[in-house]
Design a protein around this ligand. Structure first.
Ligand SMILES: [Zn+2]
Length: 122
């Protein structure tokens, strides 16, 4: 069976998400990363620092999902760990912008800024 590269990436992200656990300890939110480390509150700084290559793949996946027409709200609901949200929409939005500005991936749907610029030219 031929498996597309995209599907492989998606499967890997899925597997990593399955390994992440969000839980509460004495009322405080904790996140256990797929590497086994437990983080306070947010996993994002840890992912950026300790798993930059993986994080980059996740961000490119965010762009892909945007290109499939999903809103940021829908995207964060695709990245859940034990049914709890891992990211906020602003985290995803910021990193989608970063990926596009770094020209690592393209957004098919023009963002609002581009539309404004385009209108100004007329
Ligand atoms: Zn980790």
């Amino acid at each position: 069976m031929v498996v597309q590269q995209d599907n492989l990436e998606e499967k890997r992200i899925r597997e990593q998400l399955d390994e992440i656990k969000i839980f509460y300890e004495e009322g405080k939110r904790k996140v256990k990363c797929f590497c086994g480390k437990t983080l306070n509150a947010s996993i994002v700084p840890h992912l950026k620092k300790n798993h930059p290559e993986e994080w980059e793949k996740w961000c490119i996946r965010f762009v892909d999902l945007r290109n499939e027409g999903l809103s940021y709200y829908r995207i964060i609901h695709k990245f859940k760990a034990n049914d709890r949200l891992l990211f906020t929409t602003s985290v995803v939005e910021k990193d989608v912008q970063r990926i596009i500005e770094g020209k690592k991936a393209k957004l098919k749907v023009p963002c609002k800024k581009e539309i404004d610029r385009w209108q100004q030219r007329i």
